[in-house]
Write a protein that binds this ligand. Structure first.
Ligand code: FEO
Length: 400
C-alpha cells in the first residue's frame, strides 16, 4: 500500500511523514515532521537510516515495494537518536542477513538502546572506510554533535549525493521530497527554526562540517528531516549554514518578556521603540502567548536581546525561567549583549540578581538593568527605556 519515491536513479525515499506531531522533544512542530530514510538499489542493496518505531511497518512496506527484504545487504545508521534508529530492530527482524553499518560511537549508543541488536552483524566504519556496494562506493564523514556525538554523513560519489541526516533538515511533514517543490522562503524559514532549536549550540562544529563538505563534490543533499536539496537552493542552504557557523547576526534585537498587569509589557514596547528609532529591527516575544520554539528562532539570529520579567512570588515568571533554561542549552545568548527590565515590588532586587546570575550562566553580557514598580509613571522613565532600546539597536547595527 505504501510506496517508495525514486529521488535519484535507484535511490528511493522509504521514510514517513509524521503529520500530527506537535512536540518534538519540546520543539513546537506546527508543520509536523518527516523521518527520511533511503533505499539504494545496487548489487548490495543498502538502507540509509530508519524512522520512529511507531512507523516501522510503513517504512518496511515502502522498502518491500522495491525489493525483497531478504536482499538487503546493509543498513546504515548515521545517527542513534530514536527518530532515526528505533525501527532498525523491526527491520533487522525481517532482514536478519543484513549487516548494520555505523561508527563506533553510534554503536555504543545503539547497544544501550537496543540490546536485541548486539548479536547482529555489524560493520564499524570511520572516515577512512570505503564501502563498495556495487557500482557505488560509499564513504563516511564524521559530523560529531550535529546533532549527537555519534552523527556522520554517508556520501555516494557515484550519485554526488550526501546523506546528511539531521544537518540541513527542517521540521515539516510534506508529500514533496525536494526543496524546489516548495516556496524557498518557507523552507529557509524552517531551516532557521530547526537550527535555532536543534543545532544552535554548535557553530564551531558546524564550521568543521562545512569544511568536511568542501572536501567532497555533491549535487544533492538527502536529509533525514523535511525536504532534500538540489539545484540553486543548495547554495542558499549552504549560505545559511555558513552564516550560522560564522555567528553573523541580523541587526535585530529580540525582546522577550512576560507581564502580569501590563507594566513590563509597557516597558518592552518602549525599548522596542528605541530599537526602531536606531534603525534596527525589534522583535517582541510575549512568552505568555508565544512558544519557546519561536523565541529561540528570533534569538538565534539576533545581535542583541532584552529580557523582561515582573516578580512573582519572589521569583521571576516561570516562562522566563523556562526561556533561560532553553536558551542556555542551545547557547542562544552566548556572547550576546543584552538588557534586563521588569516591574517589581518589594522582591525586585533578588529577582533581578537571579536573572543576572542566570544570564551569566548563559554566557550573555548584561549591559543594563531597568526596574520600576510601574513603567508608565513618568515621561522620564519612558525616556530611559527608549534610550535603552536605542543603545541596543545601535549595538545591533554594529554587531551585524
Ligand atoms: Fe533527527 Fe538528532 O535526530
Amino acid at each position: 500500500m505504501f510506496k517508495s519515491i525514486e529521488m535519484l536513479p535507484d535511490i528511493f525515499w522509504v521514510g514517513v511523514n509524521d503529520w500530527s506531531i506537535r512536540s518534538f522533544h519540546g520543539y513546537h512542530t506546527t508543520r509536523g515532521a518527516s523521518y527520511n530514510a533511503y533505499l539504494i538499489i545496487d548489487e548490495q542493496p543498502t538502507i540509509v537510516d530508519s524512522v520512529k518505531h511507531q512507523f516501522a511497518s510503513e517504512y518496511i512496506e515502502r522498502i518491500q515495494q522495491q525489493i525483497e527484504l531478504t536482499k538487503i545487504k546493509y543498513i546504515i545508521a548515521n545517527h542513534a537518536e530514536p527518530d532515526h534508529s528505533s525501527s532498525i530492530s523491526a527491520l533487522y527482524e525481517v532482514a536478519p542477513q543484513a549487516t548494520i553499518v555505523t561508527n563506533s560511537k553510534c554503536k555504543e549508543h545503539l547497544d544501550i538502546m537496543y540490546p536485541s541488536l548486539i548479536a547482529a552483524k555489524w560493520l564499524i566504519v570511520d572516515n577512512q572506510t570505503q564501502l563498495s556496494i556495487g557500482k557505488r562506493t560509499l564513504s563516511f564523514i564524521p559530523t560529531q554533535m550535529v546533532h549527537w556525538p555519534c552523527n556522520m554523513f554517508t556520501y555516494s560519489q557515484f550519485d554526488k549525493a550526501l546523506f546528511s541526516n539531521d544537518a540541513f533538515g527542517q521540521h515539516i511533514a510534506t508529500s514533496e521530497r525536494w526543496v524546489d517543490q516548495h516556496p524557498i522562503d518557507d523552507i529557509i524559514y524552517l531551516v532557521k527554526e530547526y537550527n535555532a532549536n536543534i543545532l544552535a549550540h554548535l557553530p564551531v562544529l558546524m564550521r568543521k562540517v562545512l569544511s568536511n563538505c568542501n572536501k567532497v563534490k555533491f549535487d544533492f543533499i538527502l536529509t533525514a528531516h523535511g525536504v532534500s536539496w538540489r539545484g540553486a537552493a543548495l547554495d542558499l542552504v549552504l549560505a545559511e549554514y555558513q552564516r550560522f557557523a560564522s555567528l553573523s547576526y541580523e541587526s535585530k534585537v529580540t525582546i522577550c518578556y512576560d507581564t502580569m498587569y501590563g507594566s513590563t509589557e509597557a516597558a518592552a514596547l518602549l525599548i522596542a521603540e528605541g530599537v526602531q528609532q536606531a534603525g534596527a529591527r525589534a522583535e517582541l516575544v510575549n512568552l505568555n502567548v508565544t512558544s519557546l520554539t519561536t523565541a529561540a528562532l528570533h534569538l538565534y539570529d539576533s545581535a542583541c536581546f532584552a529580557i523582561g520579567s515582573p516578580s512573582m512570588n519572589s521569583a521571576m515568571m516561570p516562562t522566563i525561567s523556562a526561556l533561560l533554561c532553553y536558551a542556555r542549552g542551545l547557547r542562544l545568548l552566548r556572547n550576546k549583549y543584552g538588557s534586563l527590565f521588569g516591574a517589581f515590588g518589594w522582591a525586585g532586587t533578588p529577582v533581578m540578581n537571579n536573572l543576572v546570575e542566570e544570564l551569566v550562566k548563559c554566557g550573555a553580557v548584561v549591559s543594563d538593568v531597568k526596574t520600576q514598580w510601574k513603567f508608565d509613571i513618568s515621561n522620564q522613565t519612558k525616556s530611559i527605556l527608549v534610550a535603552e532600546g536605542l543603545k541596543l539597536g545601535q549595538f545591533a547595527l554594529v554587531k551585524k
